[in-house]
Write a new protein. Structure first.
Length: 258
């Protein structure tokens, strides 16, 4: 359907992020901001009540994340979605749920204008070439990623040990190092948690906290805790906090049970 004025909704749990998006949108005469929402639950209500054409939707939000928002809406009344995220690993999943684009924080005015331009094309009905171009860009991003490793070479004081990633139960950040917890052993590696997450299979190793990655195959149970957070109990007995900001990292089958 062709639209003259684009009705936009801004969804982000951080006020500075909402202000930045609004500032960029206010410069475009073809766009009117119809509302803002600071969490997923309010976003669902706002989309249903305001019926925006376009939603700038944060992925990481308390209780209901960006993907949860989409799951709660009827597909027939779905607006165009531009995901906003600080993590590029959500690009393919964003495409899978038919998002128009995603903005990787921190983004500049030029990148924002590109996403907004795509939205206008889609709403005018010029979606064909835009969709093909977006798919090509996402596939190119995946091709640039290094293959996920199945083994890690860990240097100790007097030797180097080859550790199978399947045996790593969980990983904890420790300053400029990370701790690999393997059965009753703990190995120290000079690497960041983010850097290690880029080397591992994201479907197996889940970022559940800014300081922790857990191997999904080693999870024993997940317990309710407080303020929307949970405790992950590992098979080795370790209890690791699942921050509500990282809950979207869990597979859908686990998230639905929380």
């Amino acid at each position: 359907m062709t639209r003259s004025v684009v009705r936009a909704l801004i969804v982000d749990d951080e006020p500075p992020a909402r202000r930045k998006i609004r500032r960029f949108l206010d410069k475009d005469a073809d766009v009117v901001v119809v509302g803002e929402a600071g969490n997923g639950e309010r976003a669902i209500r706002a989309i249903r009540e305001l019926e925006p054409d376009l939603v700038f939707l944060d992925i990481q939000m308390p209780k209901v994340d960006g993907f949860g928002v989409l799951e709660s809406l009827k597909k027939g009344s779905m607006p165009e979605i531009v995901f906003v995220t600080a993590h590029d690993e959500y690009a393919l999943r964003a495409f899978e749920v038919a998002a128009l684009d995603y903005l990787l924080k921190p983004f500049d005015a030029e990148r924002f204008a590109k996403a907004l331009g795509r939205a206008k094309e889609r709403l005018r009905g010029d979606a064909g070439t835009g969709l093909d171009r977006r798919l090509q860009e996402l596939l190119a991003q995946v091709e640039r990623r290094p293959p996920k490793t199945g083994r890690l070479l860990v240097k100790t004081r007097d030797r180097a040990v080859l550790v199978n990633t399947a045996d790593v139960a969980w990983i904890q950040a420790a300053g400029n190092y990370i701790e690999l917890h393997v059965a009753e052993r703990t190995y120290l590696m000079r690497e960041t948690l983010h850097g290690m997450s880029q080397q591992l299979d994201p479907d197996t190793f889940l970022r559940v906290h800014r300081s922790f990655l857990v191997n999904a195959d080693h999870i024993q149970e997940i317990q309710a805790w407080s303020h929307g957070d949970h405790l992950i109990v590992m098979r080795d007995g370790a209890k690791i906090r699942l921050s509500r900001r990282y809950r979207h990292q869990l597979p859908a089958s686990l998230r639905k049970s929380l």
